[in-house]
Design a protein around this ligand. Structure first.
Ligand code: PSV
Ligand code: MN
Length: 414
């Protein structure tokens, strides 16, 4: 028996004594699904310098190959988010792109239109004062709506760099009206059965005002638009000290939490690996989700069951594949710990006003070393018990380094 098996048995004994149903915990962990971003496999940088990584993907085929490898190592990353036009296929053959992914055992998740990189978008996209630029952005987003069925993508993920840099630069209400008109048009073009995920970000690249700055504003928008519109929470897009898990709890309860862009940050929007700076925050977010998923409220339960868990990170100095694998594992660990919270015991302590007891019930789950449990789950899933070591031993890093070399260009599906 390997050492992790022994550790696993000891852990099971302890958790079972606490009333935790280990088989139910393992079943939940086996259905976890983390989506990785195609753009996270390519070279990226800060506005000061992009350090090219040997072997980083340049084509969408390579990005999909890499995503498939992350899935092979973890067993819980079966989809990839695409960004158009970064991933635009030659001859617009989106069927071929989807097939390529499926042949590698993965699928396409969210479709992200890019309405921030063209020179025309200097003053914004849907909020731009120039109607012809608004029309150009709208057309691109509607094109993405048409692409989605070909990709079997069921989410249109929208983020807007729109805003202003100077007071008086534009009419704040005017920009709001433009967004209202165009978002309604987009909403009406959503493919059947799909949803719109609307992402907020409180600053950058605009610094005076941002058109979709926070969850409250986006919540107001999705209410106006309709039930297929939901809020996307990117963990990096909040001011310091914001209680993200409370936002998550509110949106879950109102049926409007659509998805996450997972990452972590120390300052600004710096895309560090999720769970690397504040694993406790990630645990507390998962705790709210598990609480909703296991609770009595039907709307919150259904919402929790339909969250798109997506990573939105670009790794600039730490390689590409290894930090992506590690990010997926960090989500797995946070989820596992959240599943270990004894909910009834916690509810009882809360009702009795037992402040520290309730707090300690939660933190005890966070402090549990779940590594033996996760190793067991992975073995049962048929993936390596230690995915990081398996990745380093696989030769994949050496293979892509020698095959792809050092390149800073990034292209779509060739
Ligand atoms: C913007 O900072 C963002 O979080 C949006 O989700 C973009 O689509 C993504 O990063 C990639 O640039
Ligand atoms: Mn994001």
């Amino acid at each position: 028996m390997s050492s992790h098996n022994t550790e696993y048995e000891i852990l099971v004994e302890r958790l079972t004594a606490q009333g935790i149903d280990i088989e139910a915990v393992k079943a939940a962990l086996k259905t976890q699904h983390i989506e990785t971003p195609s753009w996270g496999y390519a070279n990226s940088g800060t506005r000061f310098k992009a350090f090219a990584w040997p072997g980083a993907a340049t084509t969408t085929q390579e990005k999909l190959d890499d995503a498939a490898m992350v899935h092979r190592m973890t067993g819980i990353a079966p989809t990839v988010a695409v960004h158009i036009p970064w991933d635009r296929p030659k001859d617009d053959d989106y069927d071929a792109m989807r097939q390529y992914a499926e042949e590698r055992g993965i699928g396409i998740g969210a479709t992200n239109p890019n309405v921030f990189q063209d020179d025309s978008y200097r003053l914004g996209s849907l909020g731009n004062p120039d109607p012809s630029v608004q029309a150009m952005a709208l057309e691109h987003i509607l094109e993405c709506c048409e692409i989605m069925p070909k990709l079997r993508s069921n989410a249109l993920s929208l983020w807007f760099a729109d805003g202003t840099n100077y007071a008086g630069q534009d009419s704040l209400r005017g920009r709001k009206h433009r967004f209202e008109r165009h978002l309604r048009t987009v909403y009406h073009h959503l493919p059947p059965g799909s949803r719109m995920l609307l992402e907020y970000k409180f600053f950058e690249p605009a610094f005076y005002s941002t058109d979709l700055p926070d969850w409250g504003t986006v919540y107001a928008w999705v209410l106006k638009l309709g039930p297929q519109a939901q809020v996307l929470t990117d963990l990096g897009h909040h001011a310091q000290g914001v209680n993200i898990e409370q936002i998550v709890a509110f949106l879950l309860d109102e049926g409007r939490l659509g998805g996450f862009h997972f990452n972590n940050r120390k300052y600004a929007d710096d895309d560090l690996m999720v769970g690397s700076v504040n694993p406790y925050e990630l645990f507390l977010i998962y705790n709210e989700i598990v609480d909703a998923a296991q609770g009595e409220d039907e709307l919150a339960r259904a919402t929790a069951d339909n969250i798109a868990y997506m990573i939105d990170q670009c790794h600039n100095i730490e390689g590409k594949m290894a930090p992506m694998i590690q990010s997926v594992l960090n989500c797995q660990e946070a989820y596992a710990k959240a599943l270990l919270v004894p909910r009834q015991e916690l509810a009882a302590a809360q009702e009795e006003g037992q402040v520290l007891r309730a707090h300690n019930i939660l933190t005890n789950a966070f402090r549990t070393d779940v590594r033996p449990l996760l190793a067991q789950v992975r073995e049962e899933l048929g993936v390596p018990a230690d995915p990081m070591s398996a990745y380093w031993a696989s030769g994949y890093e050496e293979k892509i380094r020698s095959e792809r070399g050092l390149a800073d260009a990034s292209g779509g599906f060739q």
